[in-house]
Design a protein around this ligand. Structure first.
Ligand code: GLU
Length: 463
């Protein structure tokens, strides 16, 4: 049997961290088993679903590199299929029309709560044989006795008494199917073998199994993924936490690093922390998914990101870096090609934003000096030594790190200076502040002409 998994987002917002983790685990499972991974857009909630959300979610998945097989399916395009099954279910008495009003249902609920019993529909319309009308919904005739038992691939055996379950609504009065019905039918029609989703759906699973069994449709296997908590120990929420995947892109996180971070939220392989995508695919298994909830840690994400930025020989992030440098308003043509500067900067940055800011002085000629640094390092007389550096750089035959470093060393020696006394004011002249790669490297990358112009300008301004 060919393994097939799906990611089934509701298009009511952006792709959030929890959704991305679900998509990743479903994708990894399919890729590990040479199966298929498909997308299903659950857009039957007409009031909350938007096309722009669908686009945002698909863009988030594309950015992460979670590719899918087949064209994504929209549930809204399958209404006729749901209707066909519903008609059949009503004919076979597996489902029925119900015209109970909202007010009846809410007083029923209040009464049950007052009697301290679990609120549920009292099956009033089950045997009434009502016909369809504008205000009827269709309800499922849930089995009255027995249990639903399934083996969750993460949580183990789960058993629920049918007496706990409702005659749930399958179709609303506006003709739209409910989530539990549409999802169950789709998983069957799309030949999904493994439903991998957040544990917030664990209570829906027995309902979906009952629907499938009533129709004699094959029931897939289920794996529910543990909840993701924020650092306060609460469930991550859109309102309180940074959960939009694309926000991490804006913060300079690499997609590979985010995937690596997400894979560890609930899954482990010994003590390993860093996994290439291919390694994740090779090693991933639902058997190693943890039941316990996972805690989201921004620090750890940054740690992983830093690791990936350093690993520039294997991860190509030049295009993303270039976009950020352009967004800051700098001109990439002013400085060396980005691949040439990677060895000098990659070890210094946690995010691509840090990286872009760090190397900005190469791609702009507007240097803003940090005044406390200027006051500290532009000491009396240092200008003379800086002039010497300028003269020697101008006279240099070649332009190598070695030659540049010799020039700096010789001026230091000539004028009996300590290294920072000369290196820091030059660094300020070239970058605006005192924090950068080695001084010879900075001079080398800025280039002869611009270095000379910048040192001269700084001497003029700060004498
Ligand atoms: N549309 C549901 C959600 O976004 C999907 C649940 C499922 O995977 O069955 O939570």
């Amino acid at each position: 049997m060919r393994i097939k998994t799906r990611f089934a987002p509701s298009p009511t917002g952006y792709l959030h961290v929890g959704g991305a983790r679900t998509a990743l685990f479903s994708w990894l499972y399919a890729r590990n088993k040479q199966g298929k991974f498909i997308l299903r857009v659950e857009d039957t909630d007409l009031e909350r679903s938007t096309e722009i959300s669908t686009t945002n979610i698909l863009n988030g998945l594309k950015w992460l590199g979670l590719d899918w097989d087949e064209e994504p399916t929209l549930q809204s395009a399958r209404i006729h299929r749901y209707q066909e099954i519903l008609n059949d279910m009503v004919d076979k008495k597996l489902a029925y029309y119900c015209d109970c009003s909202k007010s009846r249902l809410s007083s029923l609920r209040e009464q049950q709560l007052a009697e301290k019993i679990k609120p549920k529909y009292d099956n009033k319309c089950r045997e009434r044989n009502l016909k369809s009308s504008d205000n009827t919904v269709i309800r499922f005739s849930n089995p009255l006795n027995g249990k639903v038992i399934f083996d969750d691939l993460v949580f183990g055996k789960i058993s629920v008494d049918n007496s706990e379950l409702d005659d749930l609504v399958l179709q609303r009065s506006d003709g739209m199917p409910t989530y539990n019905f549409a999802a169950a039918i789709d998983d069957y029609d799309m030949e999904i073998t493994h439903v991998i989703r957040g544990d917030d759906h664990i209570n829906n699973t027995p309902k979906q199994i009952n629907i499938l069994e009533a129709l004699a449709f094959q029931v897939p296997k289920f794996a529910h993924l543990p909840m993701i908590l924020n650092e306060d120990g609460k469930r991550m929420s859109k309102r309180h936490d940074a959960v939009n995947v694309m926000q991490y892109r804006e913060e300079g996180i690499l997609p590979e690093a985010l995937l690596n971070y997400l894979v560890r939220l609930g899954w482990s392989h010994n003590d390993q922390e860093i996994f290439s995508i291919n390694e994740m695919i090779k090693l991933f298994d639902l058997a190693n998914v943890n039941k316990a909830s996972a805690t989201f840690s921004k620090d750890k994400l940054l740690w992983i990101n830093k690791n990936y930025i350093q690993n520039f020989e294997n991860i190509n992030y030049i295009n993303e870096l270039e976009d950020i440098i352009k967004q800051i308003g700098a001109d990439i043509k002013l400085g060396p090609p980005l691949h040439k500067i990677l060895p000098f900067f990659a070890k210094r940055s946690e995010t691509l934003i840090d990286f872009a800011k760090d190397c900005l002085f190469l791609y702009t000629d507007k240097i803003e000096y940090n005044s406390p640094s200027v006051s500290r390092f532009f000491t009396n007389g240092i200008q003379t030594s800086m002039n010497k550096v300028v003269d020697m750089l101008e006279g240099a035959q070649g332009w190598s790190l070695e030659e540049i470093s010799q020039i700096i060393k010789s001026v230091i020696k000539m004028d009996s200076l300590k290294f920072p006394q000369l290196a820091q004011p030059i660094r300020i002249a070239l970058t605006g502040d005192t924090n950068s790669p080695g001084i010879a490297e900075v001079i080398f990358l800025v280039g002869k002409e611009r270095t000379v112009a910048r040192i001269n300008a700084a001497i003029r301004l700060n004498s």
